[in-house]
Design a protein around this ligand. Structure first.
Ligand code: ADP
Length: 485
């Protein structure tokens, strides 16, 4: 058996997803697999999969997860996506829950325990499969203890001696920071507990384990790779990242155009393409009806926002300018998102204040996300920071030029107006006034210069952020780490 590249991830679409991580994991490993790489994925067996429509087999029972967790065991389930193995770590008390990481009110109290368990169980599974992995590629804090385990185990256990590790940061703000007393449950040697290890200002920081011990670090856009070296965006880890800058690279995510493509999208009533845009107008009409917006908005700019209602996404910046936009301009706004309760309430209050013109859908609904991308004229993404961002890439493909802040992956994927090859509009600072001006610029082009707008739409739709290009960069890293394929 070829020595595997194991991805360990807390989300993988279509089995689980809370945001971009799920989308990326649904596409990157599969792209590598199709390119002939021996990839397998390990992920938790969330409760909802038990009753889902996927065919998943029980492949291992009572696998011990080792010191200091004896006698705790895991069961393992497995399926494959187009021949790529996906293993599910099963322990109902940890993963059979309504939500993935948190209820709307708070994080699950035992998140550290849940994901220490996931990492330990992943190690046990790789050991059980028998062939030492070539690469273990982890994603965000939930799987970030793995490079630390492999680093220390390799000293005593030849099984791990030639395994290299890669840590990909999808969002540095989420670090898995927990009380120091949880360190004992990790089963790492005492020497890992210091500033050069997993300790972070007296706490356990699980992402830091990945950043310290992985052979390589990647993040999801070249601009974000630079931004996280600054104190402002480094969330306390900039110093460590600067020391490791030689091992850090930014690789922009791709978009999965088999799912996000207006010419084939199954959630739309009319499909369209750069060659024939007529379906987009039908999508707009249908969206207006579906969401109960005023019919005259068909001839006015319709702006859409999709995302977690979190500081990062700048929903508060948008909501702050909504009254002014609504009073002075004839346009419509649709917000689809869930997250912080105060932002949810604020959005719902605005919907009550401006019925038919501002619509807030506070839930997670995949198919509506596609219809908003298709039915809106412009896509709003006023993020304070954005490691990569996928929704703006989808917006480009759906001919819905983004209005966004020029940060991270937004800067790397949107060519701002008034460049002759513009695909959208950007503002430099995440501030309400700048966002307002930027929306005004976009609306002015939309209303006053339709041919130019259509040219921009077509250019945006022809942009391709393909996974093949990104996957090749990951393969380069694996080869530098000794992968022979
Ligand atoms: P992040 O990973 O920071 O949440 P991304 O832009 O990378 O942001 O990816 C977000 C993904 O989650 C996209 O596929 C987007 O359509 C989806 N999404 C976010 N919120 C919702 C929602 N409320 N309903 C449906 N899809 C959503």
């Amino acid at each position: 058996m070829a020595r595997h590249i194991f991805f360990a991830t807390s989300e993988i679409y279509p089995f689980s997803k809370t945001g971009g991580l799920g989308d990326v994991m649904g596409a990157l490993p599969l792209t590598l697999h199709k390119m002939g790489m021996p990839v397998a994925v390990i992920t938790p067996f969330y409760g909802r999969l038990r009753t889902g429509r996927h065919k998943i087999d029980h492949v291992a029972e009572n696998l011990h997860v080792g010191y200091p967790w004896e006698p705790v065991t895991t069961d393992v389930y497995s399926t494959n996506i187009q021949g790529m193995p996906v293993f599910f770590i099963d322990r109902a008390e940890y993963f059979d829950r309504k939500y993935y990481y948190n209820t709307p009110a708070h994080d699950y109290f035992d998140n550290a325990e849940r994901f220490i368990f996931f990492c330990r169980a992943s190690l046990a599974l790789m050991r059980r499969l028998g062939t030492p992995p070539a690469i273990v590629h982890i994603h965000d804090w939930q799987s970030a203890l793995l490079p630390a385990y492999i680093h220390y185990y390799a000293r005593e256990d030849p099984f791990w001696a030639n395994t290299s590790t890669v840590c990909t940061v999808h969002n540095l703000a989420f670090q898995g920071r927990f009380s120091s007393r949880l360190f004992a449950g990790c089963g790492l040697p005492a020497e890992a507990w210091n500033m050069e290890g997993v300790e972070f200002h007296g706490d356990l920081n699980m992402l830091k384990a990945g950043l310290v011990y992985a052979n390589r670090i990647t993040t999801v856009s070249p601009s974000y790779a630079k931004e996280i070296l600054t104190e402002e965006q480094g969330y306390g880890l900039a110093g460590l990242l600067r020391r490791r800058a030689g091992d850090l690279v930014g690789i922009i995510n791709g978009a999965d155009y088999s799912i996000w493509n207006p010419s084939t999208c199954r959630f739309l009533t009319a499909n369209y393409s750069p060659e024939d845009l007529s379906g987009k107008k039908i999508c707009k009409e249908d969206l207006i009806v579906e969401l109960g917006l005023l019919p005259q908005l068909i001839n006015r700019p319709l702006l859409g926002f999709i995302g977690r209602l979190h500081d990062q996404k700048g929903i508060d910046l948008l909501n702050k300018i909504v009254p002014q936009l609504m009073q002075h301009h004839d346009l419509g706004i649709i917000v689809l998102g869930e997250g912080r309760e105060d932002y949810e309430l604020e959005s719902m209050a605005l919907a009550r204040a401006y019925p038919g013109r501002y619509c807030a859908v506070v839930k997670y609904t995949e198919d509506l996300a596609h219809r908003i991308q298709a039915g809106c004229d412009c896509f709003l993404m006023p993020s304070r920071y954005e490691p990569c961002g996928l929704t703006q890439m989808y917006a480009l493909k759906y001919g819905t030029p983004p209005v966004a802040t020029a940060v991270g992956g937004l800067k790397d994927s949107i060519r701002p107006w008034p460049a002759p090859d513009a695909t959208g509009f950007t503002c430099y600072r995440p501030a309400p006034g700048e966002l307002y001006d930027c929306i005004m610029k976009a609306c002015a082009v939309w209303t006053q210069n339709r041919p130019l707008w259509i040219e921009m739409m077509i250019r945006a739709m022809n942009k391709n952020f393909t996974w093949n290009d990104s996957a090749k960069k990951y393969i380069e890293i694996y080869r530098e780490l000794g992968l022979k394929t």
